[in-house]
Design a protein around this ligand. Structure first.
Ligand SMILES: [Zn+2]
Length: 141
C-alpha cells in the first residue's frame, strides 16, 4: 500500500511509453544515442573533427569512388587489410616499399617516406605545392 499510495489513476487507456523519447516514441536513433553515450568513452570533439565529419559525406563523388572515405574507414586493400580479411594468406604484411612497418592505410598515406616521395613527385607534376598531413583528419580539411 505504501508503494502505490502516491499513484494517481487517470481515466485514460494504458499505453507503452518509450522512456528515451516520450514524445515521438521508439526510434532507433534514440537507442543509438543512448548506447553511444553509455558505451563509448566520452571525450571532447575538436572543431577539426566536427568540420571533417560534417563535410566528409557531402562530396559529390560517389562513396565507392571516394578514396577519402575508403581511407577513413581503412578499406584500402593494403597487405595488412588483405590478410585480416582472409583475402591473402601471406603473413608478411610489412610495407612493400620500405619494409619498416606494417602496410596499413595510415602508413602508406602519412608515414612511409618512400610513399611520401611519390606523393611529392605527383604533386610537383600537377603543379601543386603539398605538405603531407600528419593524420587523416588533417587531410580532410
Ligand atoms: Zn613504407
Amino acid at each position: 500500500m505504501h508503494l502505490i499510495s502516491n499513484v494517481n489513476l487517470l481515466d485514460r487507456n494504458d499505453r507503452w511509453i518509450w522512456c528515451l523519447d516520450r514524445e515521438k516514441g521508439f526510434l532507433v536513433k534514440s537507442v543509438y544515442y543512448f548506447l553511444n553515450k553509455a558505451l563509448l568513452p566520452q571525450y571532447e570533439i575538436t572543431p577539426l573533427e566536427i568540420f571533417t565529419f560534417k563535410n566528409l559525406w557531402k562530396s559529390s563523388v560517389p562513396s565507392k569512388v571516394s578514396w577519402s572515405g575508403q581511407l577513413l574507414l581503412d578499406k584500402i586493400p593494403t597487405r595488412q587489410n588483405l590478410y585480416y580479411r582472409g583475402v591473402s594468406w601471406n603473413t608478411y604484411v610489412m610495407c612493400a616499399m620500405c619494409g619498416g612497418e606494417a602496410e596499413m592505410s595510415m602508413h602508406l598515406f602519412f608515414h612511409c617516406h618512400y610513399a611520401a616521395a611519390i606523393w611529392y613527385v605527383v604533386a610537383r607534376w600537377l603543379g601543386v605545392i603539398m605538405v603531407l598531413p600528419s593524420n587523416m583528419l588533417m587531410l580532410m580539411v
